[in-house]
Design a protein around this ligand. Structure first.
Ligand code: GCB
Length: 596
């Protein structure tokens, strides 16, 4: 599946805007076939956006179940003879789609795209009604998992174990797209460096009769052709190549053409960054050079639109990353938009690309506290069906993001239970799935405090250790001296394993503007002392090759006695204003040298 593009042979039409919307409070829409006619009693809803913060009624905001969206689309009249598809960048957490009353497709998983072939059900020049039933419930089998259980009054509630609000809706763009019937179906690019020569290996899949040929043409950032070759597998060599590197997002433009003799049948473009990644001992190397990750675990979370994509917010977030001297991010705790990945390529930001597998740990919830009382891995809870869905999102994520030079590491899950044999059995095959789908990048999971060294049974499969720790916050609060000792002690254990370590989370909730001469928790002074302590620990352990404070910005969560209008561990506020700690990190990261 290729993301829609405008090229000499392809066209796309953006369907964003105000759609008709209805919350299916009583869960009757499917039985009443709401897809068969214009949505009854509809109100407008923005696409893309989470619906939750655009409705003010609490029961609406917290609704779990079906959400109906509908719009009218006119197919461009010039699209005769083309393959016509709908491409949905993200519908959270699953969707069924109808054209007029006919079901045309469905997709499980809230943060990855899907495509539906509409060729046989729509006509160029004519209008059709496009209806989505988006469902936002989480179950033990979904990724991420959740459960619906009655509260004390017997009212069913959606519970989940992750610490961010379950925003839902059509979160990213929806496209109508046209491509030729004989076409390029997939392009896979792998790069290498031999002395100063960049090597770009291109594998092309095409849906075409045997007599067509594939041509690959590479141009530099100025548009000057630097290499070309014909074939479904080509190797393009670029002498004195400009390399893609952290802070230097140099991109070549790869044009893939499908030809019938000299006639162009289809063409598709891929941005290519020439770079290598290698894990060697305790080092993480990009282009043979050790790197030190500075940056954040982030959230796709903004005022009013929740997890809806906005180009403006994207630019503002990247401006903050640049200002603070970040060279990397983790897409905690789900894949981000394709626009985000493109921009990371362009800005030279390294991405730890994470699946939505968060909260596979019934021992925690909402950070540390929360719904408990379940066994994580069991036939009734996280089970074989969950694992199959997890494998599917790994494959879909890698299929979507494999060509982004910014992606340097796959994160298969955030803080799953990993200290049990059941966890090892669950994860072993998932690492195989990832490595089969992409043999070129390291793979890992993000380790949780309860699986502290040496108890983690999944660490054995990880190429890099990613560790979340809150010494000085969830443990040893306001006892930073003891926290420092305990933290260093544990980290030295991990370091003895001989793999690179990235600290993927550490942080302290801080209310912007709260000051305290005695430096107590929640104050800006405490955040500062907490970060200085952590910096000392990281600087004393050679195997630590990166630090990602939690979190980039304050973000919304479910209400809880440990959350004040959300999680306040942000280095920036939710409005993206810097807290005092941002200036500390900015200076520290400006001076940081990779450990050699
Ligand atoms: C964690 C989770 C993250 C939470 C954070 C916290 O370990 O990975 O999703 O938000 O802790 O602040 O509790």
């Amino acid at each position: 599946m290729l993301r829609p593009q405008d090229t000499a042979t392809r066209e796309r039409k953006n369907l964003d805007g105000l759609w008709d919307f209805r919350i299916d409070r009583d869960g009757v829409g499917r039985a009443e076939n709401w897809q068969d006619a214009p949505l009854p009693h509809a109100r407008p809803m923005a696409v893309p956006a989470s619906f939750n913060d655009l409705v003010l009624d609490k029961a609406d905001r917290d609704h779990f179940g079906d959400l109906w969206y509908a719009t009218t689309v006119r197919v461009p009249r010039g699209w005769d003879g083309q393959r016509i598809t709908a491409y949905v960048e993200s519908a959270t957490h699953r969707a069924t789609v109808w054209v007029e009353g006919t079901e045309v497709g469905s997709h499980e998983g809230g943060y990855l795209p899907f495509e539906i072939d509409l060729t046989d059900v729509v006509r160029p020049g004519e209008e059709f009604r496009l209806t989505f039933c988006v469902n936002n419930t989480l179950s033990f089998e979904s990724i991420p998992p959740g459960v619906i259980e009655p509260d004390v009054a017997g009212i069913p509630r959606q519970r989940y174990w992750h610490d961010f609000f379950n925003y839902a809706g059509i979160h990213r763009s929806v496209w109508l797209a046209a491509s030729p019937k004989e076409r390029i179906e997939d392009v896979t690019v792998v790069t290498d460096i031999e002395d100063a020569t960049g090597v770009v290996r291109v594998a092309t899949d095409a849906a075409a009769s045997g007599n067509l040929t594939v041509r690959t043409i590479l141009a530099d950032a100025e548009g000057v052709e630097v290499a070309r070759a014909d074939g479904v597998r080509t190797e393009l060599r670029v002498p004195d190549a400009h390399l893609w590197a952290p802070g230097r997002g140099y991109l070549y433009d790869l044009l893939v053409q499908l030809l019938d003799g000299d006639d162009l049948v289809d063409e598709y473009r891929v941005a290519v960054g020439i770079r290598t990644i290698e894990v060697r001992g305790t080092q993480f190397l990009v282009n043979g050079e050790p790197v030190y990750f500075t940056g954040f675990g982030m959230h796709d979370d903004h005022n009013a639109i929740g997890k809806g994509h906005s180009d403006a917010n994207l630019l503002r977030d990247f401006a903050c990353l640049e200002w603070i001297n970040a060279n990397s991010v983790r897409t905690s705790h789900y894949p981000y938009s394709e626009a985000f990945m493109d921009h990371a390529d362009e800005m030279g930001i390294m991405v730890i690309d994470e699946t939505p597998a968060v909260g596979l740990n019934m021992g925690i919830g909402g950070g540390i506290f929360g719904t408990q009382g379940y066994t994580t891995f069991s036939p009734e809870t996280v089970n074989d069906a969950t694992q199959a869905n997890h494998a599917a999102v790994i494959r879909e994520l890698i299929a979507r993001d494999k060509n982004h030079p910014s992606v340097v590491l796959w994160s298969l899950a955030n803080e799953p239970e990993s200290e049990t044999d059941a966890a090892a059995d669950y994860f072993r095959p998932l690492f195989d799935v990832a490595r089969e789908a992409d043999p070129t990048r390291p793979v890992s999971i993000v380790n949780v405090m309860m699986a502290r060294y040496p108890t983690c049974k999944v660490a054995q499969f990880c190429d890099v250790f990613m560790i979340n720790r809150y010494y000085g916050w969830y443990v040893f609060l306001d006892e930073l001296d003891i926290a420092e000792q305990a933290w260093r002690g544990e980290l030295e254990g991990w370091a003895s394993e001989g793999k690179p370590i990235i600290i993927t989370e550490y942080g302290a909730d801080t209310l912007a503007g709260l000051h305290d001469l005695k430096g107590g928790p929640w104050s800006e002074e405490y955040q500062r002392a907490y970060f200085e302590m952590n910096s000392r620990v990281f600087d004393s352990v050679d195997a630590v090759v990166g630090e990602h404070p939690w979190a980039f910005a304050d973000f919304q969560t479910t209400p809880s006695i440990v959350r004040v209008d959300g999680n306040k561990k942000g280095i920036f506020t939710r409005e993206r204003h810097p807290k005092g700690i941002a200036h500390y990190l900015r200076e520290r990261w400006a001076a940081i040298e990779p450990k050699r």
